[in-house]
Design a binder for this molecule. Structure first.
Ligand code: DOR
Ligand code: ZN
Ligand code: ZN
Length: 389
């Protein structure tokens, strides 16, 4: 098979550290198969499937199922994320050792949070011993009770209970200090405020082994969008201010924030097409991530294509400890590769996306940058907008 690549950019296959695939439990919104299609179409060759499934991925049986099913589908390597605590409740540590033995490299409290500092301290000590990393959801839950939107002028005007920036910044600071104290690694999920970027800059300056991700939606969107009360814009952490988004773009450009992760969060029609307060938080992200990075980072000159390779592939691979991503490859060696047409443009329609769910915040928008082909170990997984299976 010959792929005509004149004018295209060849990048190492993208790695998403933060994907919700909903299998097991909510296969009406996404499965490992449909999510794998969305990933391949988005240029991804590896995704990390978050642990807040039903049942929660807090044991070796579930994480082994996720890995096996991903390999059966064969479009993208689906690495399971293990829950830090049993049932994701934050009360009792899960069996991190047996999950690590089953191949888990990232443990997370995403979707809930480890509020108890003693449990987080122990978890950091265990994951250090296991050579793994904790990805924390960056929310102090006692400061977000009833929260519906970023605490600020917009939420006040719309009558929505606020989710203050300090709910994120305080727990990120706490966990950076605990990680430094334990000599453990920490990964911060979906950084959403200027203040969190400042905390990370400070923590890295002190030698903390901390990495961080930002989502495409927090780079592009802000709480101005909430005026219509359309729940498609409801997400945790919430869309912040335009100034926060600007600071996040700068932090991604200067390496304070290491990488982009989607927080791809499929939700059923009935859980989004309802009142704001009843809607579930989250938005689709796998197929639109690269175009949003092009629009927010490449086109304004904040990142070149070398930088895109760094934030979409190399850094996430390093953080997760994937051995083969991002290293030079020899002629003829099977590679994980994404070919992008920088001049391509496409209009997003939720109904056309490969996910079962359709909750994209970019409906009707024309976005720059198209994924022309994705190759996993030398085999084409997606080409010209179609997954190979
Ligand atoms: O918006 C979100 N959606 N934030 C989370 O932490 C969980 C996620 C989900 O699972 O839907
Ligand atoms: Zn989260
Ligand atoms: Zn998430």
């Amino acid at each position: 098979e010959v792929i005509e690549a004149d004018g295209l950019v060849a990048l190492p296959g993208f790695v998403d550290l933060h994907t919700h695939l909903r299998e097991p439990g909510r296969e009406d919104t996404e499965t490992i198969e449909t999510g794998s299609r969305a990933a391949a179409l988005g240029g991804y060759t590896a995704v990390f499937a978050m642990a807040n499934t039903d049942p929660v991925a807090d044991n070796a049986v579930i994480v082994e199922h996720v890995w096996r099913r991903g390999q059966e589908v064969g479009l993208v390597d689906v690495y399971p994320v293990g829950a830090v605590t049993v049932g994701l409740k934050g009360e009792k540590l899960a069996e991190l050792g047996t999950m690590a033995k089953a191949g888990v490299r990232i443990f997370s409290d995403d979707g809930l949070c480890v509020a108890d500092p003693l449990i987080m301290r122990r978890a950091l000590e265990y994951t250090k011993a296991l050579g793994a990393v904790i990805a924390q959801h960056a929310e102090e839950p006692r400061l977000t009770v009833g929260a519906q939107a970023h605490e600020g002028e917009t939420a006040a005007r719309l009558g929505l209970t606020g989710w203050p920036a300090v709910a994120e910044e305080s727990i990120v600071a706490r966990d950076c200090l605990l990680a430094l104290h334990a000599g453990a690694r920490l990964h911060v999920c979906h950084v959403s405020t200027e203040g969190t970027a400042e905390v990370l800059r400070w923590a890295k300056g002190r030698g903390t082994q901390v990495s961080a991700e930002v989502t495409p939606h927090h780079l592009l969107l802000d709480d101005d969008r909430l005026n219509t009360y359309d729940p498609v814009n409801k997400v945790n952490p919430p869309l912040r201010t335009a100034n926060d988004a600007k600071s996040l773009r700068a932090a991604l450009a200067d390496g304070t924030v290491d990488c982009v992760a989607t927080d791809h969060a499929p939700h059923a029609h009935q859980d989004k097409d309802c009142e704001w307060s009843a809607a579930r938080p989250g938005m689709l992200g796998l197929q639109t991530a690269l175009p949003i990075v092009v629009a927010t980072m490449v086109e304004p000159g904040l990142l070149d294509w070398r930088g895109v390779a760094r934030v979409m592939s190399e850094r996430p691979a390093e953080i997760a400890g994937l051995p083969d991503q991002g290293r030079p490859i020899a002629m003829g060696e099977p590679a994980n590769l994404t070919l992008v047409d920088p001049a391509g443009r496409w209009t997003v329609h939720g109904a056309d996306l490969a996910s079962i769910a359709a909750n994209t915040p970019y409906e009707g928008m024309e976005l720059p940058g198209t994924v022309v082909a994705t190759l996993l170990r030398g085999e084409v997984t997606a080409r010209d907008g179609k997954a190979v299976r």
